[in-house]
Design a protein around this ligand. Structure first.
Ligand code: BG6
Length: 489
C-alpha cells in the first residue's frame, strides 16, 4: 500500500542516523513505489545547508548506505521532494521560521497538513523540541500528526516519566512512536507468525516442554566514537532495557485476542509485569557484568581495552557486557530460565534466540556420547531464518543417533531494512512495532534496581578478552542450571 501524502520533518538531518538509515530507507520506499506522489521531506539541523547542498549530502548518503543503487532517471524526481531549514532547536523563535518553511513546502506540493516529526537527535532535546513544536503552532494541524522518536527514552524511570509528560503535553500517546529498531527486524517480527500461524508450536510453547530460552545479541565492535553516551549508559541501558527485553516479550507473550496493535501490546506488557525483579540481595546470583580488556579485533589487529578507549574514563566501571537469568512468573513460564547476553567486542556479530526443549524422559538409543536436545533457533542476524535441531538415525548404522538440522533461511539482502519497515509503519500510522509508554516504564522498573546495584559495585565487574563470548561467570550462570550456552551460528 502506498503511504498517505505527508510532510516528513526530520530533526537531526545532518546526523549519522539520517545518513546511514533514514535517507536510504526513504529512498528504498520511493523505489518500491510506496511513497505517495505528494510528499515532502524537510531536513532540520543546525548546519547552514542550502536545499542543493543538502540534496548533495542526501545523494552521497544513499550512494554509500542504501541497498539500492541510485537510479539516474528518477533521482531528480526523488530529490526534488527534499528541502532544508537550519534551526537551532534551543531557540523557540527558530521554530516560527520552520513553521513558515513547512507551510510553504505544503503549498508547493499541494499537501494536506499531515505531518510526521522525526527526532533523530540527542535525547536531551526531545522534550524541548516538543514544546517548541507546540508554541510555534507547527504541531497544530488540520490533518494528522505523528512524533517518531529514537531511543534512549530516558536513562531511568524518573527521567523517562519527565520526558513522557513533556511529550504528552503536546502529543497523545497514540501519536507517539517510540522506536526500538529490533522490532523492525524481519525475524523479530516473524516470531509472531512462527508462533501463531503454526499449530505445532503452541502446544509445546511452555514450561512442560521447554527447558530454557537463550537470547544472544553479540557485537564485535567496541565503543567506537560513542564514549560520551555509552560510558554513561552501558550495555544495560543501551541494549537490555529495550532490544533484549523486546525479544523476551515476543517469545514469551500470550496469543493476543486479535492481531491488532493494542491487543498485541497488552500481551507484551503482561510479560514485563510477570518478569521477576532483582533485589540488591539476589542480583549477584542472576546477573553478570563484564568489560572488555585489550585484545584483538576481528581483523586480528590489536584493540585497546575499554578503559583505554578514546573518551572513556580510565577508571570506568561501565559494563560492555551483561548476561542474566530472567524468570517470568506466570503459568506458562514458571521454572523456565530465560538467559540473555549481550556485549561489545565479542566473538561474532550475531543475534539469535534459542529455544531448548526438555530431554526425553528415557533414552533407548546409542548416542556414542551425549544426546543433544531439540533446539529451535531463530536466527535474527546475520542469517535470517529458523533451524530446528532433531535427532535421527545415522544412515546405515546400528541405530546410532546423530543430531540433524532442518533449516529455513531467507535471503537477508532481499528483506527491507528495519528502518524501512518502521518508517513505513510510522508514517502509515501503525504503531504495533513501536513501544508503548507502559512497556517503556515497566522496562525501566526492571532495569533501575540493576543499575542501582551496579552503581554500588554489585555484582563485581569481570573482564573478558576481546573476541570472546564474555567472562567465564556468564558460562557459570547457565552451567549452574545444568545447561550451556549454545554457540551462535
Ligand atoms: C543500538 C545500540 O540501539 O543497537 C548500539 O545503541 C548497538 O550500541 C546497536 O550497536 C545494535 O544494533 P544491531 O541492529 O546492529 O544489532
Amino acid at each position: 500500500r502506498v503511504l498517505p501524502p505527508h510532510t516528513f520533518i526530520l530533526f537531526g538531518a545532518t546526523g549519522d542516523l539520517a545518513r546511514r538509515k533514514l535517507f536510504p530507507a526513504l529512498y528504498s520506499l520511493f523505489l518500491d513505489k510506496r511513497m505517495p506522489e505528494q510528499f515532502a521531506v524537510v531536513g532540520v539541523a543546525r548546519k547552514s545547508y542550502t536545499a542543493d547542498s543538502f540534496r548533495q549530502e542526501l545523494r552521497a548518503a544513499i550512494e554509500e548506505f542504501a541497498r539500492d543503487t541510485v537510479k539516474a532517471d528518477t533521482w531528480e524526481d526523488f530529490a526534488a521532494h527534499f528541502s532544508y531549514c537550519p534551526v537551532d532547536v534551543r531557540k523557540a523563535e527558530e521554530f516560527v521560521k520552520l513553521n513558515q518553511h513547512v507551510e510553504e513546502v505544503e503549498q508547493q506540493f499541494g499537501l494536506p497538513q499531515q505531518r510526521v516529526f522525526y527526532l533523530a537527535m540527542a535525547p536531551e532535546f526531545f522534550g524541548e523540541v516538543a514544546l517548541h513544536l507546540y508554541d510555534s503552532k507547527l504541531s497544530q494541524v488540520s490533518g494528522w500528526r505523528r512524533l517518531i522518536i529514537e531511543k534512549p527514552f530516558g536513562r531511568d524511570l524518573a527521567s523517562a516519566e519527565v520526558l513522557n509528560s513533556q511529550l504528552r503535553e503536546v502529543f497523545e500517546e497514540e501519536e507517539i512512536y517510540r522506536i526500538d529498531h529490533y522490532l523492525g527486524k524481519e525475524m523479530v517480527q516473524n516470531i509472531e507468525v512462527l508462533r501463531f500461524a503454526n499449530s505445532i508450536f503452541e502446544p509445546v510453547w511452555n514450561n512442560r516442554s521447554i527447558a530454557n530460552v537463550q537470547i544472544t545479541s553479540s557485537e564485535t565492535v567496541g565503543v567506537e566514537d560513542r564514549a560520551s553516551y555509552y560510558d554513561k549508559a552501558g550495555a544495560l541501558r543501551d541494549m537490555v532495557q529495550n532490544h533484549m527485553l523486546q525479544m523476551v516479550m515476543m517469545v514469551a507473550m500470550e496469543p493476543p485476542s486479535r492481531l491488532k496493535t493494542e491487543a498485541i501490546r497488552d500481551e507484551k506488557v503482561k510479560v514485563l509485569r510477570s518478569l521477576r525483579r532483582f533485589t540488591s540481595e539476589d542480583i549477584s546470583e542472576h546477573v553478570v557484568r563484564g568489560q572488555y580488556a585489550a585484545g584483538f579485533d576481528m581483523k586480528g589487529n590489536a584493540a585497546p581495552g575499554y578503559r583505554d578507549e578514546h573518551g572513556v574514563d580510565p577508571a570506568s566501571n561501565t559494563e560492555t557486557f551483561i548476561a542474566a537469568r530472567l524468570s517470568i512468573d506466570n503459568f506458562r513460564w514458571a521454572g523456565v530460565p530465560f538467559y540473555i547476553r549481550t556485549g561489545k567486542r565479542m566473538g561474532a556479530k550475531a543475534t539469535e534466540i534459542v529455544i531448548q526443549f526438555k530431554d526425553m524422559p528415557r533414552m533407548y538409543f546409542n548416542t556414542h556420547g551425549e544426546l543433544l536436545p531439540n533446539l529451535l533457533v531463530i536466527h535474527v542476524f546475520p542469517e535470517e531464518g529458523i533451524s530446528i535441531q532433531l535427532n535421527a538415525k545415522r544412515p546405515g548404522t546400528d541405530g546410532t543417533v546423530v543430531p540433524v538440522s532442518m533449516e529455513f533461511s531467507q535471503e537477508p539482502d532481499n528483506s527491507p531494512e528495519a528502518y524501512e519497515r518502521l518508517l513505513y509503519d510510522g508514517i502509515m500510522g501503525d504503531s504495533t512495532f513501536f513501544t508503548r509508554w507502559d512497556e517503556v516504564s515497566l522496562a525501566w522498573k526492571f532495569v533501575d534496581p540493576i543499575a542501582n546495584a551496579f552503581r554500588a559495585g554489585t555484582p563485581p565487574i569481570s573482564s573478558y578478552a576481546s573476541g570472546t563470548f564474555g567472562p567465564k561467570e556468564a558460562d557459570k550462570l547457565v552451567e549452574e542450571d545444568g545447561f550451556r550456552w549454545w554457540p551462535v551460528t
